[in-house]
Design a protein around this ligand. Structure first.
Ligand SMILES: CC(C)(COP(=O)(O)OP(=O)(O)OC[C@H]1O[C@@H](n2cnc3c(N)ncnc32)[C@H](O)[C@@H]1OP(=O)(O)O)[C@@H](O)C(=O)NCCC(=O)NCCS
Length: 202
C-alpha cells in the first residue's frame, strides 16, 4: 500500500522541480483535459519554454502543492521526470494574482470585503485516486492560505477570505472532493452552462 508526503514547492524552484512539475502538469492535461475549466490546454502548455515553467513555480503569491509517493516498492503509477514519484498537485492562487489566471472571479456573488483565492489545477494520478490524496492536497493548500492571513498579507479593507474554483459539470469526483473539505456549489449568473463554481469561506 502506498503512503504519501504532501508539501508546498520551494520558491525559487530547483531545476529538478521545474522538470518534474512540467511532467506532472502535462500528464494531468493529457489525461483529464475535460475536467478542467482552464483556458490552458495540453497543446498550449506543451509549447511553454522552460522559463515559463520556472516562472509558474517562482511566485510568492501562489502555492503549488505536490503529493509524492513516500514508498518505492513498485513502478506503477509513476509520472516520469526526475521526481517520478510526484503523483498529485493543486495550486492556490492569492488575490494579487487571481486576475492573471483568466478566471472570471467578478462573476461570483461575493461581497467586496472578501479576499478571493482561486484553487487551480487539482489533479491526482488515476492509480492513486480514492486514497485521500486529493483531500490532503486541499488541506495543505488551505493551511497555506491561513498562514498567509496570519502573516498579515491581506489589506485592512478586506476582512474575510473565500476560496473559489470553477469546474466542468459532470465531474462528480471533483464536486465530492471539494464538498468533503467544506466547499459548496454557488449559483452564478453565468452564460457558460458547461461549468460550475464552488466556494468555501474560511
Ligand atoms: C477529483 C480528484 C482530484 C479526487 O482525488 P482523490 O485523491 O481520488 O480524492 P480523495 O481520495 O482525497 O477523496 C476525497 C473525497 O472525495 C470523494 N470522492 C473521490 N472520488 C470520488 C468519486 N469518483 N465519486 C464520488 N466521491 C468521490 C471521496 O469519497 C472523499 O470523500 P470523503 O472524505 O467524504 O470520504 C481526482 O479524481 C482527479 O484528479 N480527477 C481528475 C481531475 C479533476 O477532476 N480535478 C478537479 C477539477 S474541479
Amino acid at each position: 500500500m502506498s503512503s504519501y508526503q504532501v508539501f508546498v514547492t520551494s520558491v525559487p524552484p530547483t531545476a529538478e522541480d521545474v522538470i518534474s512539475y512540467r511532467s506532472l502538469r502535462l500528464l494531468a492535461l493529457q489525461t483529464d483535459q475535460h475536467c478542467f475549466s482552464s483556458m490552458y490546454t495540453y497543446e498550449c502548455e506543451l509549447a511553454f519554454s522552460e522559463e515559463t515553467w520556472r516562472e509558474r513555480l517562482s511566485s510568492g503569491n501562489k502555492a503549488i502543492i505536490i503529493a509524492r509517493r513516500a514508498d518505492n516498492d513498485s513502478n506503477h503509477g509513476r509520472v516520469g521526470g526526475i521526481n517520478g514519484d510526484w503523483v498529485g498537485t493543486v495550486t492556490m492562487i492569492a488575490p494579487e494574482e487571481v486576475s492573471d489566471t483568466g478566471l472570471p472571479i467578478a462573476e461570483l456573488p461575493i461581497a467586496e470585503t472578501h479576499n478571493i483565492y482561486a484553487v487551480f489545477g487539482m489533479w491526482v494520478h488515476p492509480e492513486h485516486r480514492g486514497k485521500g490524496v486529493g483531500k490532503r492536497l486541499l488541506k495543505e493548500g488551505i493551511e497555506w492560505v491561513k498562514r498567509r492571513r496570519e502573516g498579515g498579507l491581506h489589506g485592512e479593507k478586506k476582512t474575510e477570505l473565500t476560496l473559489a474554483l470553477k469546474g466542468r459539470r459532470g465531474n462528480e469526483a471533483g464536486v465530492a472532493l471539494y464538498r468533503s473539505v467544506g466547499f459548496e456549489i454557488v449559483t452564478v449568473d453565468d452564460a457558460d452552462s458547461d461549468t460550475f463554481w464552488m466556494t468555501c469561506t474560511l
